[in-house]
Design a protein around this ligand. Sequence first.
Ligand code: FES
Ligand code: FE2
Length: 450
Amino acid sequence: MENEFDIDGLVDTENGVISRELFVNRDLFDRELDRVFARAWLLVGHEGLVPNPDDYFVSRMGKDSVILTRNRQGEILVLLNSCPHRGMKVCRYDQGNAPVFTCPYHGWSFSTNRERVDSPGALVGVPRFEEGYSGQLDREKWGLPRCPNVVNYKGSIWASWDPDAPAFEDYLGDMKLYLDTALDHRDGTPGGSEILGGVQKWRVRCNWKTVSENFAGDLYHEVSHISANLAEIGMTKGKGRREALPLRYAIGFDGLGHGGLGFPPSYEERPFEPGLYGDPEIDDYFRDIHAARVRNLGDRLRVGIVVGTIFPNMSFHADQPRSLLFAHPVSATEVELWRMYLVDADAPQSVKNMLRQYYLRYSGPGGMTEADDIENWTSVTTASEGAIARRYGFNYQLGLGKEQPVEGLRGAVQSGHYSEGNARIYYRRWAQFMKGDSWADMMPGRSDDR
Ligand code: FES
Ligand SMILES: [Fe+2]
């Protein structure tokens, strides 16, 4: 069934009106799986989830279950977690260690290492092989499909199923500088972060884009978090959600779809604002790490960001709490959220403990701000599913026409502190994917040498 959609009619970013169909329509959702999730670069995990040979972590790309694993040759692989024989999940655990996955249904087995086969994921064991298949099956063809593009970017693992996908760094563009803020060490050196604890997973009855759009730059919904601001959930357990911050700008990357609430590039570090943690070791840590950051970054360009989204469904917090969020699509009206929390690997245990408690007060299903938004997003969805409600588009006119280029960042625009400019950019990108535009049209000017 090829149900044609008038995508431009659904997404009118010139006038700032977006159809509610994007958030409730099942046919549109099915098309997203094919046109967005089977093409875009998606976050699949973090190297810290698979530190040792044969470690695996079961992740998702769209609705496809995938196995992220590190083999004995040190390669990081992403394999489809669906048996080529009849589709059974070959791995039914969340995480573990195994060199071979044996399908529980009829017993086919697949090796991730190159010791037994040339191609990781190939079929290595078949019950009744001689008797049933005369000892002949193409072991590569009937192996687990392997994702062709996998990148380890400062510990975060990304993948795309599209063999023609642009290089990951081209896909990120200058949004990379903002993502770095989440992934780098607090002292400004590249990488150096680890995952604190496990991965939190929970489901929300709303469309996946509702979440990604919010984290792309919705400062306007601050009224929702008044109760969290009044409670003492800040890092130092003072009033407020986080330590004092200047007002942020919605900075978006038109033509790429990414955006966040951050600060324009600058050559100077923001001044250190000491918080009192009631623990000298923690106080010293934050003072020292700030001094090291000023030293390490010197007069280099730096950016700051609080929260952002990489198109289509990865969001991050970068300025305490620090975390990576996946918004996995489940249905047109349900999303599965996974959050991983980051911390400097060499931070003292007292700092890690303090941050763990703070992150959980703030984020995740039990965190105060995330709980506010879960309530918002669920109600947005149930109140938009009715036949009448679906006739009325949503208003995305905040800051419309105020977009200005951001000096020092390719393709970036900002339109004030309170703006839906990033959401408009996000849905323009979504429309390009949904119309099936070619990469050549979607990435003008990218270098073709990969
Ligand atoms: S479904 Fe996996 S062996 Fe049959
Ligand atoms: Fe929020």
